[in-house]
Design a protein around this ligand. Sequence first.
Ligand SMILES: [Zn+2]
Length: 115
Amino acid sequence: MTTVCTTCGLPKDLCVCDQIARESQRITVMIERKKFGKAYTTVTGINEHEVDMGELAKKLKNKLACGGTGKDGVIALQGDHLRSVKDALVELGFSADTIDVQQDRRQGPRPYGRR
Ligand SMILES: [Zn+2]
């Protein structure tokens, strides 16, 4: 039995609505610093009506091996995963073009000549 997508009318196996929904989102990734120097990587801008936040948070936590929460449209991951979270989201089917990674302002630019 073939089920048909109610949005585009195509059979489910041909339908790309889910993919389009993911690609039309604008996702922001940034570091939030809390008291005592604890850092959280937050992911915002995901449409929680189209994406199961709890499920996505779980997948990201598995990939990045950290704790975290996914609720109220915000995924907060423990630790600094600024560099890896974008790759993890792309692996999960989000388009790299829609993911904005905000640099950590507290740290500022790296001074020249230091590695
Ligand atoms: Zn569809």
